[in-house]
Every structure is written in C-alpha cells, then in structure tokens.
Design a protein around this ligand. Sequence first.
Ligand code: ADP
Ligand code: MG
Length: 326
Amino acid sequence: ETVINRIAAGEVIQRPANALKELIENSLDAKSTNIQITVKNGGLKYIQIQDNGVGIRKDDFSIVCERFTTSKLQKFEDLSSISTYGFRGEALASISHVAHLTIQSKTASEKCAYRAQFIDGKLNGPPKLIAGNQGTQIIVEDLFYNMNVRKRALKSASEEYQKIADVVGKYAIHNASVGFSLKKFGENNDIRTPVGSNQTDNIRTIYGNSIARELTEFSLEDDKYKFKANGQMTNVNYSTKRMNFLLFINHRLVECQSLKKSIDQVYTNYLPKNMHPFIYLSLKLDPKNVDVNVHPTKHEVHFLNEEQIVEIITAAVEKKLLGCNN
Ligand code: ADP
Ligand code: MG
C-alpha cells in the first residue's frame, strides 16, 4: 500500500517547483498577504514556505495529510471547483509520501503555535506546542528521498531553482497585492514583491522594464460563453525570442497551447520574423466548463467552447494591437 501511495504521490508531485506551486496555492487559499519562500539545492534538499494566513488548528493537524481530505469543499456545489483546482486534498498527502514534511502553524484563536512532522500521510507524533506568529510554515525536506528513479530524472539544482523562481514570479504577478519573496538559504532575496503592489510593477520587478514599459492592459467579458479575461500584453515595440505567456485560469497557473499559439500568431504580422510577445492573461471560466479529466499536474487544460473562446480572445488582442480600442 505504501508503494502504491508513493507512486500516486510521485504523479502529483513531479519536481520541487510543482510541490511549491501547491504550497503557494494553499497559502493563498488561507488568505495570506505575505508569503516567504526559502530553498536549498533547487528545492531538492529543502523548501520552506512561511505565510501569514488563517493557520491550521491543532485539532486539524491529524487530517491535513490524509488523501482527499480538504477543508475547502463545504457544499455539494463546491465539487465543481474540483475542475479548476484538480484533485483536491492531495497535495500535502502526496508531499508527505515523497519527502519529509514538517508543518508549523498558529490560528488567530489559539494562543500558541504547534509543530508536527508527517510521514506517509500520518502524524509522526502529536503536535508540539511552540512559540510562533499567526500563519503557517511548511518545510519539505529531501524530496524523493525514497524514489531514486524520480530523483535521477530531475534536472540540476540550478535548473530546478529556475523553475521555482518562474512559478513564484508568476504567482507574484497574478496576486500582485500579496507580498512574495524567494531566496536561496543564507543568501539575499532573488524575488521580492511588496505587499499591496500592482501587476505592472511586479512584471517590471520580475521580467524587467523593457517589458513593463511596453505593456497595454486589456479586459473583456463575454456573455455568450460566460467568461472574463483580463491581462497585460506587450505592444509592437517589444519582442523576444521565446514567447512569455503567463496564463491563469480561475487563478490556477496552467498551460493552454491552443490559446498561446493563436495569440502568438496575431503578433507575427506586427513583430520582426521569429519574434514573440509577452502576455499575462487571467481567464475566468465557469468552473463547470473546465475539463476535469486533465490531471492538474499535466498543466495543459481544455475547456468547453475552447475554440470559440480562443477566437474571441485572439480577436480582442488583435484589436488592441491595432490600437482600435473599442
Ligand atoms: P486542498 O488544498 O486541496 O484542500 P491540500 O493537501 O493542499 O488540499 O491541503 C490540505 C488542507 O490543509 C487544506 O484543505 C487546508 O485546510 C490545510 N492547509 C494546507 N496548507 C495550509 C496553509 N498554508 N494555511 C492554512 N491551511 C492550510
Ligand atoms: Mg492545496
């Protein structure tokens, strides 16, 4: 049974950046306004994430790492949000099967913080009382210590770190009002975005001013297919060799090749040959219309009326590019 759980967990958690993405989403779900991340060895040795969110009650420590246990689905209708957030209640459980997991947390209503370690989905001893501020600190150590094959398949620590920085940067842009920081243990911050910042400033901080100064905001709402889209796109004065496409669907960082290619195609008429834009796009769809069969870790999503929605967004982008803004 442990082996099966471990294999399943290895499917959900494929690399450090992937584990961190789940942890960031948990901190955001917990209404944190400040999220600080420290890693060692590209996250393979150590990932620490500290937030100032609502915290985990002492009594809930025993269940947070049980598979399919979540505090986030209260009503039956909430089940539809599975389609955006994937298989819920799987992240911490999975991490505890493939790494050493320590959780420290304090809620507003409790006087003290508690700290506990987890192994294979279970508490390794009762939570211990300690001093601490409100919020949650999660430490993931020795990722894949029990999965040598997976460990060998990973890239170098510096490449894994790049993937981590990429994820943190994108979430910092999407959640601009939340403060984010990322650093390697014992070093200075590589990323730091202040609490209460805005998207353009965070794009400047993370991707540089050459992008930030050429951005145009766009937003659209469609009644027929019931979606909203808003974002930032570079104009014709900016271009790059590899397209930067930051896509969030219902606040989850995802990939969607059809949308990416379609938007990129528009720019080919306006940019030098083989050059591409920077696009940040937040798309809000009815959760019922996002394909539940795509596993969240595969990242690539499909949704109902994809072709039509892609076409509408692409047309809006083209209109903006042409400057006929109506
Ligand atoms: P899910 O996010 O799908 O509910 P997870 O395995 O990611 O499942 O987390 C399990 C539960 O642990 C969450 O439902 C939540 O109650 C609690 N939890 C995890 N991380 C945090 C956090 N940073 N702050 C507060 N609660 C958390
Ligand atoms: Mg989660």
